[in-house]
Ligand binder design. Sequence first.
Ligand SMILES: NC(=O)c1ccc[n+]([C@@H]2O[C@H](COP(=O)([O-])OP(=O)(O)OC[C@H]3O[C@@H](n4cnc5c(N)ncnc54)[C@H](OP(=O)(O)O)[C@@H]3O)[C@@H](O)[C@H]2O)c1
Length: 322
Amino acid sequence: MRAAVYTTTGESGVLRVEEVATPEPGPGQVRVRLHLSGVNPTDWKTRAGITARSIEEFQIPNQDGAGVIDAVGSGVPPRRVGERVWVWFAASGQRWGTAAEWTVVAGERAVPLPDGASFELGASLGVPALTAHRCLFADGPLDGQTVLVAGGAGAVGHFAIELAKRAGARVVTTVSSAEKAELARAAGADLVVDYRDEDAEARIRDFSPGVDRIVEVALGANLSLDLAVARPLAAVVCYASTGEDPVVPVRALMTKNLVLRFVILYGVPAADLARGVADVTAALREGSLTELPSRRFPLDEISAAHDAVEAGFVGKVLLDLA
Ligand SMILES: NC(=O)c1ccc[n+]([C@@H]2O[C@H](COP(=O)([O-])OP(=O)(O)OC[C@H]3O[C@@H](n4cnc5c(N)ncnc54)[C@H](OP(=O)(O)O)[C@@H]3O)[C@@H](O)[C@H]2O)c1
């Protein structure tokens, strides 16, 4: 099969497209003929060596994808052959990432894609939607709560808005441009605020006397805003190390009894990930999730695809593998 591979970490130039042996599914695994691979910041960061893991012989990058199961290993019902699926964590703990014509993954990492859901949406879900789910629900249900999503036009922010709305929350989000405001509104945010405006805090406080849950992408930049708009006992849940690390204002956090939680998807307990997969799939079935505008690259242009994500492309970067 054709696959993008790297054998050492570094700039996107370490990626090359080669013929490698098509993998066979082992016990409990399925093989997926991929149509699309979704590119996330974690994929270029791992390739660059920022979040390095050891490479055995070669590594195919990218965690997320969508396609059709064409073979199953022992212990997997043969009726799964032909299933349209979304794939998550393909490059986690193994070399068979989704930047290739085929991948093999544990059966539970290839999740049935409902008929109405496109491969574009399926390939966009894994890392962003599961991260959004963990950030939203690690501190309990959201029905009737108010959620602030920082950076609501980002991939994680987008699904955080949609999953929070589906769970019955009121959602306010921050962005930095009119284009991003449009995306956040389309995702269903009740209020969209430009975080660079002086009145951002006042607008959020007008919307809610105290937000219950904050999904935070840039804690260093936003901690004082988060503190100002959070109600006592709220949870601020941070999933990215964007920008400078904050100085932690212990007394102010303590005075409000705030929870400051951190999330790294690779360490979320298996049972919570499974709950995320189930909820995301239910949301897909109901039509509650949508795709961001996307830019597609052929497999041969994988380096450019990784660079586009690193440069902060607005929307989703996908690799075409059909
Ligand atoms: N911990 C985990 O497991 C995990 C999982 C997924 C992603 N991540 C990390 O999370 C980050 C975002 O990932 P993504 O896929 O969502 O990327 P993305 O699609 O590029 O979105 C990033 C968003 O962050 C926003 N942003 C940056 N600074 C901000 C600020 N000060 N206030 C509000 N919003 C701000 C950007 O909006 P503006 O340009 O408008 O500021 C942009 O919309 C990356 O660093 C990624 O590595 C971590």
